[in-house]
Design a protein around this ligand. Structure first.
Ligand code: ADP
Ligand code: MG
Length: 352
């Protein structure tokens, strides 16, 4: 989405090096481990006693985002969040990122400035240093690839694989809002195509649209778990939807799971928009994706430590592998959990 009132400077006016300097001119560093950032052949990070975690995600225009309803500033912010979320899912803290972009001449410099305003805002808010990247041209769309680096004490690193039968299954925040935010934006975009004068009223959907366009990664959760003295037995972030993440935790640990429908945390805005769209809210929580909450398992003995915490909801427990993975519905039916949800909701997350 290019704001029409922005001046449009062509990329060729700046050239590649000019563009890198221009886009990174406000970059500052926050982390003591950042020894050398942007400006040399490689960045330099100081290693201490901790382990490093490294993760990369790529976002492709037309596959992962649609510039018709995604402001570039939000896109930059979200691209960073997607990566930081993976670092936090290792029970680690993020410290540095690199950002690589491929852009076509269709993008004026001002559009990329917007993108970098979002990236920089994310870095400043989350105290993460932008230490490098790559800039190249693309024949068609915009491609953004971000790599995030983090640190974790060796005894705290948490994998997808450690769950044991009888461990409790815990989720942070609430689920389904980001997907319903996307549905609302898509609907408004269709209305706009038919009638460009129509002014969308997104106010009633503010929470949903914000969860879609400006997600926040759960930096606070590794810190909270440390304060509560809880070491999760396994952890994953919810990018594809609750059901596929439960399947990952179960397959990696060779265990089963029972998930209780009535326990799944939903914001009231999700419940009401699901009624409006005539979609089942449990299906959305299971298959919607892009919530960037954390899903983890803890030993039953740790229950008292997390009990009553408003950030955390126990939604089920792990079982022996042979018992399989099931959703226990409000009507007490046992329904197998499948990768793409437990009913015919097939196209919810076709963009891994
Ligand atoms: P090289 O020729 O070694 O690949 P570049 O000219 O691509 O170096 O990059 C110069 C410096 O700018 C490096 O420190 C690189 O990491 C950084 N950089 C390049 N592109 C970006 C970008 N899109 N965002 C942030 N830093 C970048
Ligand atoms: Mg380069």
């Amino acid at each position: 989405m290019f704001e029409d009132n922005l001046p449009k400077t062509s990329l060729s006016e700046l050239g590649e090096f000019g563009l890198i300097d221009h886009l990174t001119r406000f970059v500052k560093t926050h982390q003591p481990t950042t020894h050398k950032g942007i400006g040399d052949d490689a960045a330099v990070i100081n290693h201490e006693k901790e382990q490093s975690v490294i993760t990369t995600d790529m976002l492709i225009e037309g596959v992962h985002f649609d510039l018709a309803y995604t402001p570039l500033k939000h896109l930059g912010y979200k691209a960073v969040m997607v990566n930081l979320s993976d670092v936090y899912a290792m029970n680690a803290q993020a410290s540095q990122i690199t950002v690589s972009i491929a852009v076509s001449n269709r993008f004026p410099v001002e559009a990329l400035e917007e993108l970098y305003a979002g990236i920089t805002l994310a870095c400043d808010t989350y105290k993460v240093d932008l230490i490098g990247g790559d800039t190249t041209s693309s024949r068609s769309g915009l491609v953004i690839s971000i790599t995030a680096i983090g640190q974790v004490q060796t005894d705290k690193v948490t994998y997808r694989s450690g769950a044991k039968p009888n461990d409790l299954l815990v989720v942070t925040g609430d689920l389904g809002a980001a997907f319903m935010g996307l549905k609302v934006l898509e609907r408004e975009n269709e209305v706009f195509k038919v009638n460009p004068n129509a002014q969308p009223d997104l106010e009633p959907y503010a929470y949903l649209v914000e969860r879609q366009l400006k997600p926040e990664a759960r930096k606070d959760i590794p810190q909270l778990l440390e304060a509560l003295k809880v070491k999760p037995t396994s952890m994953i972030d919810i990018s594809d939807g609750l059901s596929s993440e439960i399947i990952h935790l179960c397959r990696n640990a060779k265990v089963g799971a029972n998930l209780f429908e009535e326990k799944i945390p939903l914001d009231p805005a999700v419940i009401s928009v699901c009624e409006e769209f005539n979609i089942d809210s449990t299906t959305i929580a299971l298959s919607g994706g892009e919530d960037y909450e954390l899903l983890f398992t803890i030993d039953q003995n740790d229950y008292d430590k997390i009990k009553g915490n408003p950030n955390l909801t126990v939604i089920g427990h792990m079982t022996e592998e042979k018992e399989g993975m099931h959703l226990i519905t409000r009507a007490n039916q046992k329904i197998p959990i499948k990768a793409r949800g437990w009913n015919s909701f097939e196209d919810a997350n076709d963009k891994e």
